[in-house]
Design a protein around this ligand. Sequence first.
Ligand SMILES: [Zn+2]
Ligand SMILES: [Zn+2]
Length: 144
Amino acid sequence: MRTAAEMTELYRQKGLKITPQRQCIFGILEANTTHPTADAIYESALETMPSISRKTVYTVLHELNELGELLTLDVGTGSLRFDPNVERHHHTVCRKCGSVGDVRGIDTARVRMPASEQVGFEVEETEVIFRGICKLCRPKGRKS
Ligand SMILES: [Zn+2]
Ligand SMILES: [Zn+2]
């Protein structure tokens, strides 16, 4: 996603209304690397905008997704996660707290299905999810 200011400009260009609710959500998502759930975004929005509705938050998230400015991820934590980083990257998922982290620099071109497994399946993209325990959830004193 672009910056909140650029998003406002993009909405203007597309003739979409710029409401304080939309701007509030742009602000929450700008440079956000926590991969929040819709509920977490709603909770943060409530802090600055107590009148915002859950439905509005969902609507704006959907709009941003349609505009290609926000990724929707299902990393198996039970709820969808939103990622304003729309460049190709991969993720770590903590099995204890469900935190999601970014991983760049993986060359998935080298990950190939064995010919015997392909049975007419055409691969369009390859996603890597590293599952494990994050730094905060690891017992103290244990390294790596
Ligand atoms: Zn964790
Ligand atoms: Zn990410």
